[in-house]
Design a protein around this ligand. Structure first.
Ligand SMILES: C[S@@+](CC[C@H](N)C(=O)[O-])C[C@H]1O[C@@H](n2cnc3c(N)ncnc32)[C@H](O)[C@@H]1O
Length: 398
């Protein structure tokens, strides 16, 4: 049976030094940093720069805001270095509201992050508002029912989108790019500038609610859409603020290689749980994607036929779509333990991407230097099988 492989690395390390990742080797970055001026992250920012505690205590919100962003800037420097020309960065961030002695105000994190990428020469592309409704009765702030001093509730976050230079060049009819196409109706939903994730995808495979709140994880649907929108098979996706590893999981589902950095070693170790039953979930998810498309076209009469599936498609560009499901997950390596000792390492075969040639000359699987094991890391090698081949050989589907 035809299989392809992807490699995934999560490092318990500080993303201000991503020297394991080669210059211009990453095609897509999807991340959500700790949000400056949101109290749950004060401790993390302050531990790295004690002057932030003084600024907060003195009620100097502007100084604290700027110092917190200066920490993110060090990571954005590394992101700009490792991103390949034409590569895309998606940053999920929300603004903060906070009161000091001089009153209540908003701290515009999204605007400051746009400035940071602008300063690093990336261009800002149209962004997405992710609507996160809150039902808390206490959500309204300010002076009750009396104008003019009540405050609008922040029920949205941003997914900011940046690109390094011009759009990527691909050879005409590049097989990986065409196999990575999305369906017409997916394009219409995903490329809207307002996302709310109604329906089942919000909860499917999310971490438990408590964990999600504690770790500020985003739902799997968010990075999964972005991976499919902005990368092709054979690409490498990076998350420098990996948290519970949702971007890694999305890259696994979508058949792209991935690299993640996370300061909290327990979160890195805890990622393993999220790979439990991954082949079953991936198969289900992949079939559901095709079934959703089948119901979409059922009462329409599109002009084209998909090459690999017995289903019509709306445009010529969708004909070569190929859907893969994860069929095997091997945890390949554990690097240095907490004492800094390097544990025995099992050999990981060279990175091997999905069929066909890559859009640029860079060989697959070369973003990450596998020879260095100077901190704890977990590494996975996955096999993926095209859904069409899987269904032919698999009686238990349906
Ligand atoms: C908003 S959370 C990311 C949540 C993630 N998207 C998920 O789905 O679980 C931000 C994460 O960045 C990590 N972090 C903060 N500064 C870091 C740094 N310099 N290097 C690596 N990780 C960092 C924090 O420990 C935290 O887990």
């Amino acid at each position: 049976m035809y299989r392809v492989h992807t490699n995934h690395v999560l490092r318990a390390a500080d993303a201000t030094d991503m020297s394991h990742v080669a210059d211009e080797s990453v095609d897509l970055v999807i991340t959500s940093p700790p949000y400056p001026m949101i109290e749950m992250w004060d401790e993390l920012f302050t531990a790295r720069d004690p002057a932030i505690a003084d600024a907060l205590a003195d009620g100097d919100g502007d100084a604290a805001f700027e110092r917190m962003h200066a920490q993110l800037d060090d990571v954005w420097d590394e992101v700009a270095r490792v991103l390949a020309p034409g590569g895309i960065v998606c940053v999920n961030v929300g603004d903060a509201v906070r009161s000091f002695d001089d009153g209540f105000r908003q701290f515009p994190n999204h605007a400051r992050v746009i400035e940071a990428f602008d300063d690093r020469g990336l261009r800002s592309l149209p962004d997405i508002l992710w609507r996160k409704p809150t039902n808390r009765l206490t959500k309204f702030m300010g002076s009750g029912m009396l104008p003019p001093s009540a405050y609008v509730t922040l029920e949205h976050e941003y997914v900011l989108v940046f690109r390094k230079g011009e759009a990527r060049d691909f050879p005409p009819s590049d097989p990986e790019r065409y196999a990575s196409a999305f369906f017409w109706e997916e394009r219409n939903e995903w490329f809207s500038d307002l996302w709310s994730f109604t329906g089942t995808d919000q909860t499917m495979e999310a971490t438990a609610t408590d964990d999600r709140e504690r770790s500020a994880a985003f739902p799997l649907e968010l990075p999964l859409r972005l991976v499919r929108m902005y990368s092709t098979y054979g690409d490498t996706v990076l998350d420098p603020f990996a948290g519970t590893g949702t971007t890694t999981l999305a890259a696994m589902h979508a058949g792209r290689d991935s690299v993640g950095y996370e300061l909290d070693a327990d979160l890195v170790e805890g990622f393993d749980e999220r790979t439990t039953d991954l082949p079953t979930r991936s198969r289900r998810r992949t079939r559901q994607r095709l079934e959703r498309h089948r119901s979409f076209v059922a009462d329409r009469d599109p002009d084209y036929e998909a090459v690999h599936y017995d289903v019509p498609v709306v445009t010529q560009q969708e004909r070569q779509i190929r859907l893969y499901a994860v069929t095997d997950v091997a945890r390949a390596t554990v690097g240095a333990d907490e004492d800094g000792d390097v544990a025995a390492e099992r050999a990981v075969p060279d990175g091997q991407g999905v069929e066909g040639s890559h859009g640029d000359e860079r060989p697959h699987g070369e973003a990450y230097d596998e020879t260095r094991t100077d901190c704890r890391s977990v590494r996975y090698r996955l096999s993926h099988t095209p859904l069409d081949e899987l269904d032919e050989s698999d009686a238990d589907h349906g």
